[in-house]
Ligand binder design. Structure first.
Ligand code: CDP
Ligand code: CDP
Length: 226
């Protein structure tokens, strides 16, 4: 059971990280947020003033960066060379630029290597854009989570309001749509449903309902009640 690998992909705001964390806790697996890794590289590049057009420097940065994901029951913290950047990597600036950085093949090569190493060491629930297609193409369970753009923007808006951040709904919606478009149309490892992934449209589902569906799929795949 501890060997099972669950790959969860999908567009921004579909519920991947929230659901992945819940499934990991339920099944006793390690949760790995691969988006946090791309965000960490983007944060460091901005911090060091590296122009996002300088691909060579960004590839170098990604290959030398020490990214550590520390998980406890409540939350996952992200460290870059021992600095806790959990909050900083969610900033508007990082969110605006992360798709540019993640489209660079050499950046992906470094991060995918780290992700594959983590998935070899133990059972995992890993979420991202290319987990089922590139990072763990032989994962026991592959899920593709979606929800309407309107609903995904509404969820993000609620999250930001909870944090006390004021945002314009239409602006938020178009920034999510733009990021999805960039992630889906890039040449290298675009956001795509793996052929053998189960699609779940979460637009009208609660978090618990999504988790139940994923746990049922895991049970079906491995032939044991979990
Ligand atoms: O949480 P949210 O959906 O806003 O994004 P995220 O999962 O933190 O991912 C941030 C960005 O990282 C995505 O928009 C992609 O550009 C990139 N990413 C990727 O290219 N491949 C992954 N496996 C995960 C994230
Ligand atoms: O990781 P991703 O960008 O796909 O989504 P997320 O960061 O998990 O954000 C989704 C937000 O929508 C969270 O605040 C969830 O509580 C909420 N939500 C959900 O994910 N799924 C539902 N079925 C209902 C609400």
């Amino acid at each position: 059971m501890n060997e099972i690998r669950v790959a969860i992909d999908g567009p921004a705001g579909a519920g991947k990280s929230t659901v992945a964390k819940m499934v990991a806790r339920r099944l006793g697996l390690l949760y790995i947020d691969t988006g946090a890794m791309y965000r960490a590289v983007t944060w460091k590049a901005i911090e060091e003033g590296i122009p996002l057009s300088d691909e060579q420097k960004l590839v170098e940065l990604a290959s030398n960066l020490h990214i550590r994901l520390q998980t406890n029951k409540q939350k996952q913290s992200v460290f870059v060379n021992d600095t806790n950047v959990t909050e900083q990597i969610r900033s508007k600036e990082v969110t605006e630029h992360v798709s540019t950085v993640s489209a660079i093949p050499g950046v992906r090569t470094s991060l995918v290597k780290m992700q594959q190493k983590l998935a070899q060491e133990q059972g995992v629930v890993m979420d991202g854009r290319d987990i089922g297609t590139c990072v763990i193409p032989d994962a026991e369970v592959k899920i593709f989570l979606t929800a309407s753009l309107e609903e995904r923007a509404r969820r993000r808006m609620e999250e930001l309001i909870r944090k006390g951040v004021q945002v314009d709904f239409e602006e938020l919606k178009s920034s999510i749509a733009k990021r999805d478009e960039m992630d889906s149309s890039r040449e290298f490892a675009p956001l795509r449903k793996a052929e053998d992934a189960y699609s779940i449209d979460t637009t009208n589902l609660s978090l618990d309902e999504v988790v139940e569906q994923i746990v049922s799929i895991c049970e079906k795949q491995i032939g044991t009640k979990l």
